[in-house]
Design a protein around this ligand. Structure first.
Ligand code: GLU
Length: 554
């Protein structure tokens, strides 16, 4: 059955509805070809009809198109709610512009998990106007990767996250010391000389350690010694007083400064006492005059710890939002483990495609818009959830498909001759729905040799008929020879195989599971750039120089 004009119109309108009033010709054609297999045999005719319907729709006022879509396809009205839910909720108490921040540690470049906080914060600063800070949290010298000082801003730029100012915490040490001294004067911070185990024990039992009630002057003296390098690692720490009876032991008196003996990659051996995250985060969130802080639920306890500093200092707190945690299946996101893997040669670097760093995902052909759409759609919900690669990939497919040329790639190839038949040519568009992408023509001559996938060949029975896509029907006979077959019987049910011409080139595809598919690719592949769709295989990002590609997704 072929779709009638009304059916084509419905499919086009549905597509337009999902894209704010504009239909995408390529996706509409794909959808029709998928739903009506017969339409494929009349490709040209159907494409021309679809193209005129889409042209007409796209020439009209967007709102009118949306209205017509809903009246013709009522269930879209239900979906509408769904779409609206996908807008991020407004922030509370916005007076004019907002000031927000991204606060990664420079332990490595960003990965798919980080992209969420980057995009959510960026969305709001773009919505309300204001300033987005990139604050590099490098006050733990033992956990710094020097390259990430430039890799992180580059990752953000690729994600189209607009950073207005970069703040590097290791350059603000004097500010942290100044605020620590104020707390000591207030009697809200003390220098504890207990061993780690003893300190923990006191806290667990809601007891004050022997140093808690020392006079501010004694603490100040100890703090000055601490920052001048008079103590060794583990000897002392500066502690913020909270509530020893707090039901959560981790919130009882927490450590704000520690002695570190490592050399800091930026400041060398200038500093010996380093602020812990909760202290520097609170001080900076105040001094950068942040209005709203968006971070994961894993920071809920930290928010409470930090609130003591705000209260003691009489600072106004920003609004905090904590989104639920997302488990990303199959992703290695612990930078220390990735780094170890790079060091011991397991991974070739941060962009190794087995990883889910933004560098690796970019190399495979993921589009920055995909990250944005996915995270905006997931919103700011507080419940924990599971990341869906299936949805993520289908969003990415929408973005790449329109310009992904179709290429003929034959993995694990078997070379065969087509015996009998005629002078053969093959001609096919590079994109079934997008004639602008051009077409290829191969003159194969009589009895040409071709390649087909080894896996397919193994499953073809003697005397079985099958079709070589865009070339001809063949029949397997005589122990592995194929014969051209131009009989006109109904061959709808036969299998269609991808093939490539005899002068195809060697090509390999690296897959994210670490395997490699070696094969042959059609000669004209060198004219194609970026992400293409290998027929019957999947989307691949081409690296022409190295005659290989990286598998993106199905
Ligand atoms: N550098 C901290 C982190 O990456 C900061 C978190 C925050 O306060 O948002 O976990």
């Amino acid at each position: 059955m072929l779709p009638d004009e009304l059916e084509i119109r419905k499919i086009a309108l549905r597509n337009a509805y999902l894209h704010e009033g504009r239909a995408d010709l390529g996706s509409v054609i794909n959808k029709i070809m998928g739903e009506y297999p017969e339409a494929r045999t009349k490709g040209r005719e159907v494409s021309a009809l679809v193209s005129s319907v889409v042209k007409e729709i796209n020439s009209r006022d967007k709102q009118k198109v949306m209205d017509e879509a809903v009246s013709l396809i009522p269930e879209l009205a239900v979906k509408e709610k769904h779409v609206q839910e996908h807008r991020l909720p407004d922030l509370e108490d916005v007076n004019g512009e907002v000031r927000m921040r991204l606060a990664p540690s420079p332990s490595g470049p960003l990965h798919v998990g980080h992209s969420r906080m980057a995009i959510l914060n960026d969305e709001y600063v773009k919505r309300y106007g204001g300033k987005l800070f990139l604050r590099i949290e490098d006050t733990n010298p033992s956990n710094i990767d020097l390259d990430s000082y430039h890799l992180i801003p580059e990752d953000l730029e690729w994600l189209d996250v607009k950073v207005h100012e970069i703040v590097i915490q290791s350059k603000r040490m004097d500010l942290y010391y100044k605020e620590a001294r104020r707390l000591i004067e207030m009697g809200k911070m003390y220098i504890c000389e207990c061993s780690q185990a003893d300190f923990k024990n006191y806290k667990l039992n809601s007891m004050a350690c022997p140093h808690r009630e020392r006079a501010p002057e004694t603490n100040m003296e100890a703090f000055e010694k601490m920052i001048s390098g008079a103590f060794r690692k583990g000897d002392v720490s500066a502690v913020v007083k909270t509530d020893l009876n707090h039901p959560n032991p981790s919130i009882r008196d927490w450590i704000a400064f520690r002695v570190k003996e490592e050399t800091h990659p930026l400041t060398g051996r200038t500093y010996f006492a380093y602020p812990m995250m909760n202290f520097s985060v609170a001080v900076d969130d105040h001094y950068l005059e942040l209005t709203h802080v968006i971070r994961g639920k894993d920071h809920l306890n930290n928010t409470e710890k930090q609130s003591y500093i705000f209260t003691y200092m009489k600072w106004i707190k920003p609004h905090y939002y904590h989104y639920g945690l997302v488990h990303i299946p199959g992703a290695l996101l612990k930078t220390s483990l990735i780094k170890k893997g790079i060091r011991d040669g397991t991974y070739s670097g941060w962009s190794d495609i087995r990883l889910q760093t933004l560098l690796a995902m970019k190399k495979r052909g993921y589009r920055p818009d995909t990250f944005r759409k996915y995270w905006v759609n997931s919103g700011m919900r507080e419940i924990d959830s599971e990341f869906s690669w299936e949805i993520f990939n289908s969003i990415n497919k929408e973005f790449v498909d329109q310009h992904a040329k179709r290429l003929w790639f034959v993995p694990d190839p078997v070379r065969l001759r087509i015996v009998g038949g005629w002078d053969m040519n093959s001609k096919a568009p590079f994109h079934p729905g997008n004639p602008d992408e051009g077409e290829r023509v191969y003159h194969l001559g009589a009895e040409p040799e071709i390649y087909i996938p080894g896996k397919d060949w193994l499953t073809i029975a003697d005397k079985e008929k099958f079709r070589l896509k865009d070339l001809c029907n063949v029949i397997r006979k005589d122990n592995g020879i194929i014969y051209a077959d131009n009989s006109h019987e109904d061959l709808k049910k036969i299998r269609i195989l991808q093939w490539s011409p005899a002068d195809s080139q060697d090509f390999s595809v690296e897959r994210p599971d670490g395997t490699v598919d070696n094969g042959k690719i059609e000669p004209l592949f060198s004219k194609v750039k970026g992400v293409s769709q290998f027929e019957r295989y999947g989307y691949v990002n081409l690296d022409l120089e190295r005659k290989k590609g990286y598998f993106l997704h199905k």
